[in-house]
Design a protein around this ligand. Structure first.
Ligand code: ATP
Ligand code: MG
Length: 285
């Protein structure tokens, strides 16, 4: 199989032995904090994120077709953390839905009173819930550059009016479905990023990953307190641990000791359990 893309956390292979060719989207166990990949893998992280994505693809299939083919015929080294999918012509928009204000969205609001051209009420603070979820698309910046907010009209200019409407509607529907379902497990989905593409027939299809801790902000509802940065389910423990080190938050990142790795693993397993309602069972390694 041909490696066609290597991201910070995932690899993309093309299987040309299939006809038509299929993609293999492989999630690694790598963890990044402050945009730096740590040298120590978190066991099961790739498998948990892959399982969560599959869980959501299945539970949104009535809203939007997706790229998943299945998890058969996965080479042993990728077992449990790879999905076969249809290659799509990806649309050049990061489709973000926000139900709460934080991060870059908050910065944009503090400067403009709006995010992606969507005007918001005065007086919102870090973590505020928005009156309703909003679509705040960004560009897909090349490696090393930052994604920038686009207005809805920018999206129209890029992909056309009908496609832009579809992207906005689908992004908000998938977000609403995910947020309401995750709330049952005590998780607030602050925001999430989706990627869509066109299949061979030109239809808009949901690709990439869906409602994982890498593509979304998940907050424990019982610790939610607007007006300050929120506790992050997955990475907070590593960030807190690293704050006691003499590390300037640039690469290379520090080695993570076993006891910290175990806690982080358990956090990912907890996210899985809270979302799916099933215990995470570690595959035999
Ligand atoms: P980063 O390291 O910042 O995440 P990245 O987004 O390029 O960089 P990944 O997310 O690991 O890295 O890579 C996944 C890539 O696969 C993305 O570029 C995404 O657009 C692309 N992709 C996802 N699904 C499909 C698909 N069905 N067809 C074609 N490309 C896809
Ligand atoms: Mg990505």
């Amino acid at each position: 199989m041909k490696l066609i893309h290597s991201g910070k956390v995932r690899e993309l292979y093309l299987d040309e032995d299939c006809d038509p060719a299929e993609l293999l989207l492989v999630a690694s166990d790598r963890l990044s904090i402050y945009d730096v990949i740590l040298p120590t893998p978190i066991p099961d992280k790739g498998a948990i994120l892959t399982a969560l994505s599959l869980y959501w693809f299945e539970r949104t299939a009535d809203l939007v077709p997706n790229h998943v083919i299945g998890t058969e015929r996965i080479p042993g080294e990728f077992a449990g953390r790879a999905v076969r999918c249809r290659p799509l012509e990806m649309l050049p928009v990061e489709c973000i839905a926000r139900g709460y204000l934080t991060g870059l969205g908050l910065k944009e609001y503090e400067r403009d009173g709006a995010v992606s051209g969507v005007r918001l009420p005065d007086g919102l603070v870090d973590g505020s819930q928005l009156p309703e979820p909003i679509f705040t698309p960004t560009t897909k910046a090349p490696v090393g550059e930052h994604d920038e907010f686009m207005t809805f009209d920018d999206v129209v200019a890029l992909v056309g009016g009908d496609a832009a409407e579809t992207l906005r509607a689908l992004t908000l529907e998938v977000y609403r479905r995910g947020a309401s379902s995750a709330a049952d497990g005590g998780i607030l989905v602050a925001d999430t990023k989706l990627e869509f593409g066109r299949d061979a027939s030109g239809e808009i299809v949901l690709g990439d990953e869906v409602l994982t801790p890498d593509s979304s902000r998940f907050w424990p509802a019982d610790r939610y307190e607007p007006g300050r940065p929120q506790f992050s389910f997955d990475k907070q423990y590593v960030r807190d641990w690293s704050s006691h080190l003499d590390w300037d938050r640039t690469a290379p990142g520090p080695e993570v000791p076993d006891d910290v790795v175990r806690v982080v693993h358990d956090r990912y397993a907890e996210v899985y359990r809270r979302i799916t309602g099933q215990e995470w069972i570690s595959p035999a390694r």
